[in-house]
Every structure is written in structure tokens, then in C-alpha cells.
Design a protein. Structure first.
Length: 287
């Protein structure tokens, strides 16, 4: 038997682990597969249609690396408090590393609807960052703000970073001299979240759904590649890379492992449930 969880923006499915390991989290010393999974599940659960307000995608950088993880936590905590005091509605953040080992922040920041253009949430975040992190030489030209156009824009921006695994160079290791990294993603303010719909499938039903998810994801990636072909060749090529990866997502030389491989994809919950029903799901829910 397999269990699936359908969220507003994505779905997961698998047979579970009969002998789970782990327990209490220890010190955070960098990105781990578990951290990537938790982050992605949270993104899946956001009710994107209810993200009211004015949103900006923001990248915040530094010239020099804070000498310790405590120094980094101090300036990021001060930034989040400054956003709260400035009346920002919500914010979400991800920490990654530049090739030279300096941390930077990717953020989605939302302010009140109809705010003055000069008071856009992205500009508020940049101005506060330049003030709070001044000791580490943030340059005005090194900070980037892009308006988020609707919930789809938010998802496209965040999904790029959520899809990165621990092997990506921006998620490997930690700055020299740091013993730990602290939390590498988080959020603040009011986020509309939804509980997952959980169901149970037979093994054969799981296989059918897995094939449908693969075809759906390939179709979405192909559409993006064609859409960006003339306007953004880099995004188009990245989408074609996704197509190539998705075509091989179920391939595995180990038949025993291949038969139980699950999925975790940006398939909207209602679409995934429709796939499950087409595969024969009778509405049985997980205990």
C-alpha cells in the first residue's frame, strides 16, 4: 500500500519507511535532504490564491562574510524584526551560499495592498538590509528586487529554489569558520496554509498515478520551454533540462527499489486527486 498527501500546490506519494531513523534534530550544519523535503512540503501547503497584498521577490547579498554564524543570525533576525515593524504582511526566506562562501538571502516579501510605489516591500527590505548589514559591505547594486505578479509568480520564483537539492553548489558546505549555520529557511507574518488531504492507494494504483504525474510534469516543463524560447533562452534551456530529467525520473536499475519509488512534484492538489481517482482510488484515507 502507498500513502499520498495532496496539498494546494503539490503532492507527495510513497510507501513509507518500515524502519525509520532519526529523532530530535541536532545542530544545523548545512542543507540536508530532510530540510529540503520540509521546505518543499511547506511551499506545497500555502494557499497561493489567498496571498493578498503587494509582493516582491528579493535577493540580498554581502561583500564580506560575517565571521561567525551568530553574527549572521543577528543581522537576519534584525532584518525580520524591521520588516515586521515596517508593516510587512508576510515574508519567506532561504539561505544559500555564493561560490566564494558568503551567505545570501532569497526572499518573498509582501506589503499592504496599494502602497506607494516607493514603499514597495522589496525596497523596504533592501533599505533595511543596507542599514542592518552595513558592517559587511552590502552594495546597492548587489541587491535585486522583482515584482511578484500574482500567486503563479510567487510559485515560479520559490519553486526554483525549493527544487534545488543538497548537491547544488549554493547549498553545499558552510562558510569557513562557522561551526553551524542555524536555520536555512523560514517565514514570518500571516501565511494562509492548508492541511494535506491524505489517502491510501494500492501498489498498482500508485504506479498508475506515478506515470500520470510524470506525464503532467513533462507537459508543464515543455510548455515553459516553448514559452521562454524567444524571450529568455536561459529559462528555456533550464526547462528543457527539466524535461530530460523528468523523462528519466522512474528509471532505476534496481527493480525492487524502482517498484517503491515515490514522487514529490508541483502538481496542484485537485489535479493529483483527479489522477488518483482515475487510477482507481476509492476514497480510502490514511489512518
Amino acid at each position: 500500500m502507498a500513502t499520498f498527501r495532496a496539498y494546494p500546490n503539490g503532492a507527495t506519494m510513497g510507501v513509507g519507511n518500515p524502519a525509520p531513523t532519526g529523532g530530535l534534530r541536532g545542530r544545523i550544519v548545512g542543507w540536508s535532504p530532510a530540510a529540503v523535503r520540509r521546505h518543499k512540503r511547506w511551499l506545497y501547503s500555502v494557499e497561493s490564491g489567498e496571498l493578498h497584498g503587494q509582493g516582491d521577490a528579493v535577493t540580498l547579498t554581502l561583500q564580506t562574510c560575517p565571521p561567525t554564524e551568530d553574527d549572521w543570525r543577528r543581522i537576519t533576525a534584525a532584518l525580520f524584526e524591521a520588516l515586521r515593524r515596517a508593516g510587512m504582511v508576510r515574508w519567506h526566506w532561504v539561505v544559500e551560499w555564493q561560490r566564494r562562501g558568503v551567505p545570501h538571502l532569497h526572499m518573498a516579501v509582501y506589503g499592504p495592498e496599494g502602497a506607494d510605489p516607493l514603499s514597495r516591500p522589496g525596497y523596504v527590505a533592501v533599505s533595511q538590509w543596507l542599514r542592518i548589514a552595513a558592517a559587511y559591505g552590502p552594495l546597492t547594486q548587489g541587491q535585486h528586487v522583482t515584482p511578484i505578479t500574482g500567486p503563479v509568480g510567487w510559485l515560479k520564483y520559490l519553486s526554483k529554489h525549493a527544487s534545488r537539492g543538497v548537491a547544488h553548489y549554493q547549498r553545499q558546505g558552510k562558510p569557513a569558520g562557522w561551526a553551524t549555520t542555524g536555520r536555512l529557511w523560514g517565514y514570518g507574518g500571516e501565511w494562509p496554509l492548508a492541511e494535506a488531504l491524505e489517502g491510501r492507494l494500492t501498489t498498482q494504483e500508485m504506479w498508475r498515478v506515478r506515470r500520470m504525474v510524470q506525464r503532467y510534469a513533462i507537459a508543464q516543463a515543455r510548455a515553459a520551454a516553448i514559452h521562454y524560447r524567444a524571450i529568455d533562452p536561459k529559462k528555456s534551456e533550464a526547462a528543457w533540462d527539466s524535461v530530460r530529467w523528468l523523462r528519466a525520473m522512474r528509471k532505476c536499475p534496481d527493480r525492487a527499489l524502482s517498484s517503491v519509488r515515490g514522487v514529490s512534484e508541483w502538481v496542484p492538489g485537485p489535479v493529483f486527486v483527479s489522477m488518483a481517482l482515475c487510477a482507481g482510488w476509492t476514497g480510502e484515507v490514511a489512518e
